[in-house]
Design a protein around this ligand. Sequence first.
Ligand code: SF4
Ligand code: SF4
Length: 166
Amino acid sequence: MIGTATGIIRALNSGIKHLAIKRFTLRYPEEKLKFVGDGYQFDPSTGVGIAGLKGRHLLFHDHCTGCQLCSIACEGVAEAIAMVKVPEEHKQNKKAIMPQIDYGKCVFCGLCVDACPFYALYMTNDYELSSFSKEGLIYTPAQLQVKPYVAQDSEIIITSRGATHG
Ligand code: SF4
Ligand code: SF4
């Protein structure tokens, strides 16, 4: 009996505390959140990840050697990366192969970014990847090299009273 009463008091106390916290709702898709940074990155020289949103990847063709380490890292996770031929020539990439990513399989873990030793693969703030077809979710190396435009108009403002947006 005492335990039940204590539980009710705790629940009421918690509920009352939350009444004072400001809530906010964004009018998505008209309003979009502004993220901190440009997306998740990894610095292989220090072995340190740079925090950021794990959205659509960005591939730097002039850095990619075709080493396949990103693809190998993904094998045990989602098998979302296929190494495909690219038409252009880069002296550091003798086989002329680069990653192609299937966002129908990708779980956005970022392990492929961590595995890339050549600063060729990062992630961006682009999370709007929906498509009407499965094929539309497959991004070729040519598509991955295009830096996405990400609309970000509402900044999160965090205060002691909770979070709101600008
Ligand atoms: S982020 Fe996607 S592509 Fe990269 S390892 Fe994870 S599942 Fe594979
Ligand atoms: S993106 Fe990086 S890990 Fe993947 S093939 Fe290119 S250089 Fe190797």
